[in-house]
Every structure is written in C-alpha cells, then in structure tokens.
Design a protein around this ligand. Structure first.
Ligand SMILES: [Ca+2]
Ligand SMILES: [Ca+2]
Length: 194
C-alpha cells in the first residue's frame, strides 16, 4: 500500500500548472490556460481568486472551469476591458491539503498558489479561415496520377465495354464545361441490348 506521500508523488503529473491567459476588449472576463485537463465539477470558490485591473481591485463574480479545454474563465464586476488594460490576478489554494473544491486536475490534485498578469491587446479574433480544400485524387488533368485538375482541356479515359470503343480517349473542350456534362455514345448497342 502506498503512503500518502508516495500517492502524491504518483499523482503529480495531473497537477494543473498555469500556462497563460488572455482577455479581450469589450469583455467582462478573461481566461487562464493550464497544462492538463481540469475538474470542472468541483471548481474553486470565487474568493480563491483576486483580480486587479490597472492596479484597482475588482470583485470576482464567477468562475467557469472548462475541463477538456484546460481553461478557467473569471468574470469580474469592473467595466468591460479596454485596450492595454493590465490584468493582474492570483489564485490561492484553499488549504495546503487536498481540497474538494479547488483548481485541480481530473484526479483531484490541487493547483499550487500562483499569480500572473496579462495585457489586453485587442478584440477577440474572428473565426479562423476555413481549411484549404483538398484536391480530389480522382480529379483529372489528363495526366494520370499527377493530382492536378486541368481547366483547359481535361481528358477522360475509360473503357466502353464495346470492342470498337475499347480504351477510347474523349477530349473535352472548355466550351462544354458547365453544371452538367452529358455524353452520348452513339456507336454500338445499348447495355440492355447486349
Ligand atoms: Ca489544496
Ligand atoms: Ca483536490
């Protein structure tokens, strides 16, 4: 059986460590980031935190823990943030022991006491650009396997199943490009007639 200290030693990997924070213009909260997943079900009390904005203390009005996001967001009573506001903040572990309600990892290991600061530099970024579309491997350049779609004279290569058209190549001129390309093969019997 492990002693208390040995158990603590094995649990230490899940102890959250503060890794950064950010606050944006126009918002009445800021967010701290941590290095491991957090226990969102047993958050620390608001009075475990203290916040100063530009040197003036403000009340912490809410604590929101995003377990998988590894973040803690603090709302405060001061007016919404403006450019170049300096947010200074601290967290104090409620007790030196293992607390039920604390800033803690999924296994309950409490974060240590810490303090840090961040500067508001701008507004919240918009959504990121959509990913670059992937070129279909089946698109055609007329050269097999090069993965490039021709927009000039694509060539379709295929087998008709008819002896006289076997392995034929059908060049497609740009004027035929549109929402739909219809091809009619006039030579040979219809499939039903084979
Ligand atoms: Ca503790
Ligand atoms: Ca704990």
């Amino acid at each position: 059986m492990l002693s208390a200290n040995q158990g603590k030693h094995f649990m230490v990997m899940a102890q959250p460590t503060y890794s950064g924070s950010y606050g944006y213009i126009g918002e009445q909260f800021f967010t701290m980031q941590f290095d491991v997943a957090l226990d969102a079900a047993n958050p620390p009390p608001t009075n475990a935190f203290a916040i100063k904005i530009n040197g003036t203390g403000t009340s912490v009005t809410g604590v929101t823990v995003d377990g998988t996001g590894k973040t803690v967001t603090l709302t405060f009573s001061a007016p919404a943030l403006t450019a170049e506001d300096i947010i200074e903040f601290s967290y104090v572990d409620p007790t030196g022991g293992n607390d039920v309600s604390a800033l803690q990892g999924l296994d309950g290991t409490d974060s240590s006491t810490f303090s840090a600061s961040t500067i508001v530099v701008g507004g919240r970024p918009g959504p990121s650009a959509p990913p670059v579309p992937a070129l279909s491997s089946g698109s055609d350049s007329g050269t097999l396997g090069d993965g490039i779609t021709s927009d000039i004279t694509p060539t379709l290569t295929g087998t008709t199943g008819q002896t006289q058209l076997s392995n034929c190549t059908i060049p497609m001129e740009p004027r035929y490009w549109g929402p739909r390309v219809r091809m009619v093969l006039a030579t040979g019997p219809s499939p039903a007639a084979r």
